[in-house]
Design a protein around this ligand. Structure first.
Ligand SMILES: Cc1cc2nc3c(=O)[nH]c(=O)nc-3n(C[C@H](O)[C@H](O)[C@H](O)COP(=O)(O)O)c2cc1C
Length: 317
């Protein structure tokens, strides 16, 4: 199609597990998702869906400061899964649902647990808030496993969590994967077979460490933290590509997305929708509408009228 034949405004809408999204741009977990007011603010600023910060069974205060640092090419963070506990989180998410309803913005409730059973318990309670999706953040340590490694590193642990959550809820389930495994395709297939409706990828990379050379010690109080932002984009795009090759369920591509063309990369790798995290830090609250404009400009330039016209095309080469 020639550029002059295109509609003036390319269509950015997409469908995630039957839920309509006006653009592919979703607020990723942990950034702004700590209160109903912030979730609604992201929606008012153009997020097509919003993800709450991961919540566990019990309240956690997280690690002492400093917990997040912008090191120039990205962020490093060790927040330590600070959250109010599931009971309080249900109130927060109910309030968020009320604020999001007039904006027609779906809510994704992110959860974590120390065991598969705990994941199921949190999922069971969180569904009282009627989120549109539950997202399982499985990048946390499995305390029942021999080495206590994160669930996301190994297919059978990832499948066990997915199955346990699936047994307690019919709400569409997104499982969020980690890049820190050599078994990424197998983990993706395991969660698909265990009943996940969608996959989000990636969580932070690492852990990484930064040393303050004047103080002569690591910057983060936790010493190490997860790396996000522009520096991890090529790894995130490769992970999304690999997962989309391995599974049939939709994938939310996350990791280092800063501009419209980064969104296009994720969609060409096969992603259905795209999460923004660190971009909120770098570009502020206008980032959703700015990136949507950049994506429309890119599509007009390239002669694309819809996202479907270029979704997954990188697999054809
Ligand atoms: C400060 C901070 C806190 C985060 N907290 C969570 C969290 O609670 N749950 C989760 O699944 N991911 C969390 N993430 C990971 C992001 O959702 C995202 O997967 C990751 O940062 C990569 O995307 P980005 O490069 O766009 O930031 C956090 C990231 C940052 C920077």
């Amino acid at each position: 199609m020639q550029t002059h034949d295109l509609p003036a405004t390319p269509d950015l809408h997409c469908v995630l597990c039957g839920v309509q999204l006006k653009t592919p741009l979703i607020l990723a977990s942990g950034i702004w998702g700590t209160s109903a007011g912030l979730l609604a603010r992201a929606a008012r600023n153009g997020a097509a869906a919003v993800t709450s910060k991961s919540c566990g069974l019990e309240k956690r205060t997280g690690h002492p400061n400093p917990t997040v640092l912008d090191w120039g090419e990205g962020l490093i963070n060790a927040v330590g899964l600070a959250n109010p506990g599931v009971e309080e989180e249900v109130h927060i998410l109910r309030q968020a649902k009320q604020l999001l309803r007039p904006l027609s913005t779906p809510l994704i409730a992110s959860i974590f647990g120390k065991t598969a059973r705990e994941f199921a318990e949190v999922a069971d309670q969180i569904q009282e808030a009627e989120p549109d999706f539950i997202e399982a953040n499985i990048s946390c340590p499995n305390v029942e496993a021999d080495l206590g490694l994160p669930f996301a590193l190994e297919p059978s642990s990832a499948a066990r969590v997915t199955e346990a959550i699936r047994q307690v809820t019919q709400i569409p389930l997104i499982v969020k994967l980690s890049p820190n495994t050599p078994y990424l395709s197998q983990v993706a297939q395991a969660v698909e077979n265990a009943g996940a409706d969608a996959i989000a990828a990636i969580n932070t990379l690492g852990p990484g460490m930064l040393i303050d050379v004047r103080a002569g010690r690591p910057v983060l109080s936790n010493l190490v933290g997860g790396v996000s932002g522009p520096a991890i984009r090529p790894i995130a795009v490769r992970c999304v590509y690999e997962i989309c090759k391995a599974v049939a369920i939709p994938v939310i591509g996350i990791g280092g997305v800063m501009r419209g063309e980064d969104v296009a990369q994720m969609i060409m790798a096969g992603a259905t929708a795209v999460g923004l995290g660190s971009a909120l830090h770098y570009r502020g609250e206008g980032v959703f509408s700015a990136i949507a404009d950049e994506l429309r400009r890119f599509m007009r330039e390239q002669g694309y009228a819809t996202l479907a016209q270029f979704r997954g095309i990188a697999h054809e080469r």
